[in-house]
Design a protein around this ligand. Structure first.
Ligand code: NAP
Length: 313
């Protein structure tokens, strides 16, 4: 393909507007060729369609799509896009189930297009330096605390509490995408406890106990009811002191010193995602790591489920 990648953005909600549009605008290798959403009127000067089928029938030339819908409808849209010969960028989580993501990867391979399971938190400033430092350490214990106010960050997004919406694992999978990147050994679920409001289908809080392949405990505390200061922290105790990744991976401190502070919001992450997507499209490869999704699936498989008081916005 010569020239910029002509990309259609699908599912024009919060993340599409807050992060994808500016990241696309700042990348000379990608041009916004269309937007697709069931509601709204699209962007000035850019062709707009109400469904991906309408886009395909329009004759507008497209090389790739980025799918920003909730996970539940994503597989069908991605499969349709792959059949058109379009490269596909999947927002996280890459799907509602493991099997559907594996099938999409096989379909993309068969069609000769790129599939990208994006994990934006892996592009936070502290993540790669943390990975490099931890690679040679003896890990003693890991504590993941991901507590945020769902009313602030996901206002009115009922899909998040529906089946397949992941509940508190919607942000929690970001923590797992970082932990599976920076920790040198794989880790496995031992016990999981999920709190599900009586009027909802997905958990509002969860406590997971993992253990890594050498026996070190990895504990994770997720809660959507956090008011006041928010916590997106991973603390790793090692033989050489404590490493802390705070603010969703944006801020790193090692053994009480050596502070690396980068962007502490998503703005640094999406330009990195689009550079990576352009690279794999140009290289004719795919990037589909389902490890974080597998740990979420294993948490649901092993969980004790507590019915708790109803949740309303
Ligand atoms: P959102 O604000 O609800 O936007 C999703 C959009 O998808 C909606 O505006 C809707 O637009 C479309 N949509 C909803 N249901 C659909 C369906 N059944 N079929 C087709 N389209 C549908 O959600 P969001 O916060 O942007 O999150 C979307 C994805 O991005 C999630 O996977 C989330 O985990 C991920 N993400 C979110 C954030 C964040 O901070 N919010 C950060 C990183 C990643 P129409 O009704 O117009 O079709």
């Amino acid at each position: 393909m010569s020239g910029p990648i002509r990309l259609a953005l699908v599912g024009m909600g919060k993340i599409a507007r807050d992060q994808h549009l500016p990241a696309i605008a700042s990348n000379p290798d990608i041009v916004l060729a269309a937007t697709v959403s069931r509601h709204g009127e699209g962007e000035a000067g850019v062709p707009f369609f109400h469904s991906i089928e309408e886009l395909a029938a329009s004759g507008v030339e497209i090389d790739a799509v980025a799918l920003c819908t909730p996970p539940q409808p994503r597989r069908a849209i991605a499969h349709f896009a792959i059949q058109q010969g379009w490269h596909v960028f999947l927002e996280k989580p890459p799907g509602a189930t493991l099997a559907e993501v594996e099938a999409l990867r096989d379909a993309a391979d068969a069609k000769g297009v790129s599939l990208f399971a994006s994990w934006h938190s892996r592009y936070a400033a502290g993540v790669e330096p943390a990975r490099a430092w931890l690679a040679t350490r003896d890990i003693r214990a890991v504590t993941i605390t991901w507590r945020e106010d769902v009313r602030v960050w996901h206002p009115g997004q009922d899909w998040i509490f529906e089946a397949g919406g992941f509940g508190v694992f919607d942000p929690g999978i970001n923590a797992l995408s970082i932990a599976t990147r920076v920790l040198p050994r794989p880790f496995f679920v031992e016990t999981a406890e999920l709190d599900v409001p009586a009027n909802r289908a997905a958990p509002i809080a969860a406590r997971i106990a993992f253990r890594d392949a050498a026996g070190a405990p990895v504990t994770m505390d997720l809660d959507f009811r956090q008011e006041g200061p928010q916590s997106w922290d991973i603390v790793v105790e090692t033989d050489a002191g404590t490493l802390t990744l705070a603010k969703g991976g944006g801020e790193l401190s090692i053994a009480g010193g050596g502070e690396h502070a980068g962007d502490t919001d998503l703005h640094g992450e999406y330009p990195g995602l689009y550079r990576r997507f352009a690279d794999i499209v140009r290289a004719g490869s795919s990037d589909v790591d389902i490890t974080p999704l597998r740990l979420v699936a294993d948490s649901f498989l092993t969980a004790r489920i507590n019915a708790i008081e109803p949740f309303d916005w």
